[in-house]
Design a protein around this ligand. Structure first.
Ligand code: GTP
Ligand code: MG
Length: 195
């Protein structure tokens, strides 16, 4: 999809604030700093509409981006960020869990994994959790511009093995720098949402 119109409708902290539309929704989940907001920007064709930062913990609310009056991208706070207080982590966890399990408009989740490293325990837990709830998932390996092309196969197999990735779950190598993978991510989103 060629995106021209996008609007941050709401930065929500509770369910009552979620948009009241029936647009299909796609959520982006992953560790803090893995590149969720950066991927959102590439998908919506903007430079820094979704705020990014080299410091983890930037996104702290569920940010609903309305795209072309047809669907929402939901940029989610990252997990695995030690500096967030335990109480805040629990609050984030509850908010995200509630959204992912209760939201009828949710059509799929893009789970981002740092392409340079093996998945962390948190990544594995999140993937297993999505599988348990049978939420359609696309796995995206980020920052792939920092991986030599000769190591792509290694990166793919480390993510596949580390997560115990089901064969039916697609894996895309992505970079904000080269935009590699952006079209594949969009293709999957279009398939999931029917837009
Ligand atoms: P939180 O909001 O803290 O959960 O983080 P996030 O997952 O939204 O990460 P964000 O998009 O803010 O990106 C974190 C940092 O990684 C920023 O400095 C980005 O510029 C950088 N980054 C993201 N994607 C890529 C990529 O594909 N390649 C490179 N080289 N850097 C990237
Ligand atoms: Mg973010």
């Amino acid at each position: 999809m060629q995106v021209h119109e996008v609007e941050l409708t709401i930065s929500a902290v509770k369910a009552e604030q979620y948009p009241a539309t029936n647009y299909p929704e796609i959520a982006l989940v992953g560790r803090s700093n893995v590149g969720k907001s950066s991927l959102t920007n590439v998908l919506i064709n903007r430079k820094n509409y979704a705020h990014t930062s080299s410091q983890p913990g930037k996104t702290q609310t569920l940010n609903f981006y309305e795209v072309e009056h047809q669907l929402y991208f939901v940029d989610v706070p990252g997990y695995g960020y030690a500096k967030v207080s335990k109480k805040q982590r629990e609050q984030f966890g509850k908010m995200i869990e509630h959204y992912l399990t209760e939201r009828e408009q949710l059509r799929g989740v893009v789970q981002l994994i740092d392409g340079r490293h093996a998945p962390t325990e948190d990544d594995v837990m999140m993937y297993q959790w999505l599988t348990y709830y049978q939420i359609p998932t696309l796995v995206v390996a980020t920052k792939i511009d920092k991986v030599k092309s000769s190591a792509y196969t290694k990166s793919i197999s480390s993510i596949t093995k580390g997560l115990g990735l089901d064969q039916s779950v697609p894996l895309v190598l992505f970079s904000t720098q080269t935009k590699r993978g952006a079209q594949e991510v969009w293709d999957w989103i279009e398939k999931q949402t029917g837009v």
